[in-house]
Design a protein. Sequence first.
Length: 174
Amino acid sequence: MSTRKTSVRYLTECGVIAALYLALTLFFQAISFDLWQMRVAEALTLLPIFTPAAIPGVVIGCFISNAVGPYGMLDAVIGSSATLIAALLTRSLRNVRIFKLPIPASLPPVIANMVIIGVYLTLVNTGSLAPPVLIANMLSVGLGQFVACCVLGLALVFALEKSKAAKHIFSQKS
């Protein structure tokens, strides 16, 4: 494949993933923001397993979603930073399997968001990092992330692999 075709495919994958992330976040807006959230779009944070284009895709989708969300630009920067960390770690764990599933790769988005977003939202909403409140908030964000990534995300990965759709949708460049 020529470099031009590769770069066009990469940018296309990136753009489609960013658009899907934004669309899912806005469609499920009622449950996508705040301390008690279950952002369905976070299932897409497992797509770096299949393509490196998913890394900027989910980061850009998260950035735009958060920029238009209730917390604005600060959330866009902090949230997309957490997503970038998670996406890079997910990509690095893509070949580690438990029961033929990339379970370890599903954990970085849960942990990064639980800690970073849990701390951020606690500060924004309470102005303090009192341990009982902080722990409760981190656990609530972590629970939503667990459902989005370890349930929905792994189901998405399983379906894409089982149907062999991943091989047809994503470029095969590592």
